[in-house]
Write a protein that binds this ligand. Sequence first.
Ligand SMILES: Cc1cc2nc3c(=O)[nH]c(=O)nc-3n(C[C@H](O)[C@H](O)[C@H](O)COP(=O)(O)OP(=O)(O)OC[C@H]3O[C@@H](n4cnc5c(N)ncnc54)[C@H](O)[C@@H]3O)c2cc1C
Length: 453
Amino acid sequence: MTRKTETITLIGAGLNGPLLALGLVKRGFRVEVYERRPDMRRVRMSAGRSINLALSTRGIHALTEAGLWQAMQKIVIPMKGRMMHSASSELTFQPYGRNESEVINSISRAELGIALMNAAEAQGVTIHFQRRCTGVNLKTGTLRLRDEAEQERSVDCDVVIGCDGSASAIRGEMLRRSRFNFSQDYLDYGYRELTIPAGSGGEHVLETNALHIWPRGNYMLIALPNVDGTFACILFLPFEGADSFEQLTTRSTVQEFCQSRFPDAVPLMPDLADNFFANPTGTMVTIKCSPWHVKGRALLLGDAAHAIVPFFGQGINCGFEDCTVFLELLDRHGADWERVFEEFEKARKVNTDAIADMAVENFVEMRDHVADPRFLLRKKVELALEAKYPKSFVPKYAMVTFHRVPYAIALKRGQVQDRMLTELCEHMVRVEDLDWSKADHLIRTDLTPLELS
Ligand SMILES: Cc1cc2nc3c(=O)[nH]c(=O)nc-3n(C[C@H](O)[C@H](O)[C@H](O)COP(=O)(O)OP(=O)(O)OC[C@H]3O[C@@H](n4cnc5c(N)ncnc54)[C@H](O)[C@@H]3O)c2cc1C
């Protein structure tokens, strides 16, 4: 491809920024990225960024297209299912998929970010660290940047893409324009990061290939494995009320609360109180907005356009799918930015709205239902139906996680399938009681076969 003279400016070198930058530079564009934080490869980052992510098919597809997935095998751990820890420390394993190829992959956010930045820089992307975007003139493309000494300067840009996450400065600028639609919904829940260290020989002290959950109705603890033998844990709790963060103000209240609620986890966390107070309480928000672009000048992508709550494990998978779709449109239309931006939003908005809604629904499922025997029966029935009708009855979780079925279709078909399951499971006690002729009739009537990728 011939070298383009235009420079594309990206704000944010989190996860979507470097992946998109890599795709653009490979297509012959000059790419400059401005990131407000220091370079995490050189400076130890503050707490609050050590959470693990679950990577699944959409994210893997984008990383494969970028030629990065193979090399990432050494920094991911496949998780085959949920390991539920009951209040009396009993374990129940619930597979995510039909077989061992249907897994989700635990990866450290920092490791993923570093691999992406290294790959982007190796291809010629320039990342400027400690350059905070404080605003942009959306008519002229003049960007305002502040460095670590609080010096402000301006840079003229042809095209600006805001990959600057849920508190996007570029979106903030769009918000001042007329007829910009915007909503943000915070959960009444926050999260804190905790750690389960490796055993004395560097081994995992819980089952390695699982996402561990301690579901407790109104709150939960989860743990994802790291390659160094540790587990990255997240405690999700309401901000206020009974069993909430507002009550956990001292080392002893934290210790007592966790000991009584997660008795098998606490002995594995010798630094529980230190970890708890070292990290801030994170918030979780759903952000929807439109339009995502201003003419051919500026665009939002990833969390900047559509932040979602983390309970479907799709935030970055969705963002990486944004990159896939964006680059496909660029290949189709060339640097006709206005058209590419418009078609990008048209293709993605309906789908990102859908995953935002499904992520909130999944919060209730993870928190309240995963330990419920009726829910577990429905899951078994789902898998039995999928085994018999692999193209027509694909569980919502599988459509979202193991296939690239557009999220909006997954949402719609998921609702139809939910109604079917309610009808089929009504009088069932065991999966063997399934009325196959009724199931066959419902599936043939209400579901068309899917094109699965
Ligand atoms: C607790 C939790 C668990 C999660 N688990 C999962 C999971 O299992 N699977 C999954 O797919 N997703 C998960 N996510 C979501 C995922 O982390 C996000 O979707 C993803 O990080 C979004 O990537 P991004 O590049 O758009 O934004 P970010 O990762 O937020 O990166 C934005 C970057 O922009 C920089 N920046 C911000 N403002 C400016 C500015 N003004 N100037 C310059 N730079 C700026 C920031 O410093 C940052 O580096 C989780 C999120 C949370 C909070």
